[in-house]
Design a protein. Sequence first.
Length: 86
Amino acid sequence: MCRVKTRESITNNNDLQNLVIGVLNRQISSFIKDDILNTVVYYCEGSNLGLDRQSLSNIIDENLDELYVKGFIDCRKGEYYPQLPF
């Protein structure tokens, strides 16, 4: 796993994508998308990318959809649950 950049270190879309995936992969209990969005917004403060909350929300949605399709998370009534290997 690569080092996740935050704040001023985020200089391109790859850095942002790594941040979003890093935050999602570190979830060990149930979560809602707004919690992830707030965390990502916090860690993006100081970045020069200039993305608004809606753009970040769209990026998070795309990642959640992909993780759901691949079976890494489950979603029930807007709450996400990581599918930990047993």
